[in-house]
Write a protein that binds this ligand. Structure first.
Ligand code: NAD
Length: 423
């Protein structure tokens, strides 16, 4: 028997946790909170790191590492995605969990924030191996999760199959089916209609509103979309359907572009057939999608892609964060000084957690809504969040991110203060 291990978890200097902490510090300073309250808001409530021994299909044993961080439980059960990526580390999961807390509070869904991750490149593993990894990870974290404790959902590298395995493993341990332990499940297994496209619908809804707020008519506007996964793909599709000319899309393998506008359905077919946007016929060559001369840039891939080294080169008037944490605080300052409008992650990509909330409500009631009902309620919540954040930003002369973070942090702090300290 051969045993393979991964390198020990490494602390990342800078990185998403530093970004999340910087954003929180700015908000608590504006809100006038003292150090004690700031510390309560900054620290994760619970975190667990687990070892996941995996028997590969060729019988070798490999030891993987997984994390689950519950940043806050103050407003309700923790909620947040599960990420499978070779870049996962504990600090990244901590940052993503904190952003989930603010997102849930901003949208007023009754959850705290959490995130999970396993350091694994899912493309290197068979479906059977990924199922075993998911089941073992679920088993290891099962004391912490549940419909009233912590409710995982898909994120980078995971999908509705992952959620079905997670739900099944948890249910087997409980002795009965527990649909509400996860969201983002297949519709045939208690998933919500409209969940798969919800994040992208919300992204596009606020992107169109943001363009209009800048006097740019979406019909005829141009856009570039980074990331062509669960968020980026449908964002590109819905933008094109709204009349926006999507001039470029990218994934981790490269970019495809056409200044006249890409035929997104054909790009989707190409991705389904080949696994990447690269090689799509009729494409132009572009060096860097992020700095294309377009009206709208949607970043829907990973953290930290807009940073001090490239923010000044961004030419889009409106940047919409489909991804979590794609803009570093240094880049935020540069983009703000250049007059760009950045619609922050905790607002822009909240459609996913909104419909996850609807899925959890439906699962707990065993009563299923129509797609039209889901989409109408999603649109209502995104519209009111956009209006509240825009109005708060305009009134206090703050960037949208700062306004959104202040609104969210204030809501969590109020819940802390109302609940009081035990004992
Ligand atoms: P995914 O795994 O389905 O897709 C990720 C995409 O990004 C893939 O196309 C991948 O090739 C691409 N990518 C990775 N690195 C890249 C790079 N350096 N340059 C260009 N493309 C790159 O993941 P997803 O669910 O679409 O998540 C994307 C982002 O959206 C993440 O930040 C995630 O946390 C956030 N998010 C997802 C949801 C959701 O409902 N899935 C909800 C809110 C936020």
């Amino acid at each position: 028997m051969t045993t393979m291990t991964q390198p020990a978890d490494q602390q990342v200097a800078g990185g998403p946790l530093n970004d999340a902490q910087t954003q929180l510090r700015e908000a608590t300073t504006i809100l006038g909170y003292d150090d004690g309250l700031h510390a309560m808001l900054a620290a994760p409530r619970r975190e667990v790191t687990v070892s996941i021994p995996l028997r590969r299909d060729d019988s070798r044993i490999e030891l993987l590492t997984g994390h689950r961080v519950q940043h806050s439980l103050t407003r309700g059960p923790a909620k947040g995605g599960l990420r499978y990526s070779p870049d996962v580390n504990l600090d990244e999961v901590r940052a993503l969990a904190m952003w989930m807390t603010w997102k849930c509070a901003l949208l007023d869904v009754p959850y705290g924030g959490a995130k999970g991750g396993i350091r694994i490149d899912p493309r290197q593993y068979s479906q059977a191996e990924l199922e075993r990894v998911t089941r073992r990870y679920t088993s290891e974290i099962s004391p912490l999760i549940g419909p009233e404790r912590d409710i995982p959902a898909p994120d980078i590298g995971t999908d509705e199959n992952t959620m079905a395995w997670l739900m099944d493993t948890y249910s087997a341990q409980q002795g009965h089916t527990v649909l509400g332990v996860t969201t983002g499940k297949p519709v045939s297994l208690g998933g919500s209609r409209g969940r798969a496209t919800a994040t992208s619908r919300g992204v596009v809804q606020v992107a169109l509103a943001a363009l209009r707020s800048r006097g740019i008519d979406p019909a005829g506007a141009t856009a570039a979309v980074q990331g062509f996964g669960k968020v980026g793909r449908y964002a590109a599709r819905f933008l094109a359907e709204a009349g926006v000319r999507v001039a470029a899309v990218s994934d981790q393998y490269g970019t495809t572009a056409a200044s006249a506008g890409l035929p997104i359905p054909a790009v989707e077919e190409h991705v389904d057939a080949t696994g990447s946007v690269v090689g799509f016929a009729c494409g132009d060559q572009v060096d860097d999608l992020l700095t294309l001369d377009v009206d709208l840039l949607v970043v829907a891939a990973v953290e930290g892609v807009l940073h001090a080294g490239n923010a000044a080169e961004v030419r889009a008037q409106v940047i919409v964060e489909g991804a979590n944490g794609p803009t570093t605080p240094e880049a935020d300052v540069i983009l703000q000084d250049a007059g760009r409008l950045v619609v922050p992650d905790i607002l822009a990509n909240a459609g996913g957690v909104i419909v996850s909330y609807f899925e959890w409500v439906q699962a707990n009631q065993a009563y299923w809504w129509s797609a039209a009902e889901v989409e109408a309620q999603l649109a209502d919540r995104m519209t009111s969040a956009w209006e509240r954040v825009s109005e708060h930003a305009a009134r206090l002369d703050l960037p949208l991110r700062t306004a959104a973070t202040c609104l969210a942090v204030e809501r969590v702090a109020q819940a802390h203060l109302l609940r009081g300290l035990y004992p």
